[in-house]
Write a protein that binds this ligand. Structure first.
Ligand SMILES: CC(C)(COP(=O)(O)OP(=O)(O)OC[C@H]1O[C@@H](n2cnc3c(N)ncnc32)[C@H](O)[C@@H]1OP(=O)(O)O)[C@@H](O)C(=O)NCCC(=O)NCCS
Length: 145
C-alpha cells in the first residue's frame, strides 16, 4: 500500500502494516478511485476507543483528508457509545499533534485519574496502545463530561 509506505519508516512501518492486518476496523479515504488515506481503529473496551494510525499520501496532505478520517472515526465511536477515545502521537510529529488537537484531543498526563473518575487516564490499557519512547498519549471524551 503506497500511502502506508510513504507515511512511515522503520518500526512504525512494520507496526502499521501489522495493524492493517489485525485491527478491528480500517477506513479508507478515496478521491475518485485513488486511495489517499487510511485510519486504523479499535475499541479497546466498549467504552474506550483507540485510533492506532491515521495516514495520508504525501500528495494529498493538508487537504483535510486526515481531518475527515478522524471525524469519521469520532462519529463512529460516538454511535457505538464509546466514552473516550485515545491516540498516541510522536512528541515531534507536528502534523499529527496538529491533526488531533484540531479535533478536540488534548495531551493526557500520566497522573490523571482514570476516565471513569472524569479524567482522561486509561493506564490499565496502556499495554494495548503500544506506546514507545518519545510518544505521548492524547485523548478526547465523547460523552460530554
Ligand atoms: C498526520 C497526517 C495524517 C495529517 O493528515 P492531513 O490530511 O495532511 O491533515 P489535514 O489536512 O486534515 O489537517 C488537519 C489539521 O491538522 C493540522 N496539521 C496537518 N498537517 C500539519 C502540519 N504539517 N503541521 C502542523 N499542523 C498540521 C492542522 O491543524 C490542520 O488544520 P488546518 O489545515 O486548518 O491548519 C499526515 O501528515 C500524515 O499522514 N503523516 C504521516 C503519518 C503520521 O505521522 N500519522 C500520524 C500518526 S499515526
Amino acid at each position: 500500500m503506497p500511502v502506508l509506505k510513504e507515511s512511515f519508516t522503520g518500526y512504525y512501518r512494520w507496526h502499521a502494516k501489522r495493524m492493517l492486518r489485525d485491527v478491528g476496523v480500517a477506513r479508507a479515504a478515496r478521491i475518485g478511485k485513488v486511495l489517499v488515506g487510511v485510519a486504523l481503529l479499535e475499541r479497546l473496551t466498549p467504552e474506550v476507543a483507540y485510533v492506532y494510525y491515521i495516514f495520508v499520501g504525501k500528495d494529498h496532505r493538508r487537504q483535510r483528508v486526515g481531518a475527515a478520517l478522524l471525524r469519521d472515526a469520532l462519529d463512529r465511536f460516538q454511535r457505538q457509545r464509546s466514552r473516550v477515545v485515545y491516540a498516541v502521537v510522536g512528541a515531534d510529529n507536528r502534523a499529527s499533534i496538529g491533526l488531533f488537537r484540531s479535533q478536540g484531543f488534548r495531551s493526557v498526563a500520566r497522573k490523571e485519574l482514570s476516565w471513569k473518575d472524569g479524567g482522561l487516564g486509561a493506564w490499565g490499557l496502556r499495554s494495548r496502545m503500544y506506546i514507545i519512547h518519545g510518544e505521548r498519549l492524547y485523548g478526547r471524551r465523547l460523552d460530554g463530561q
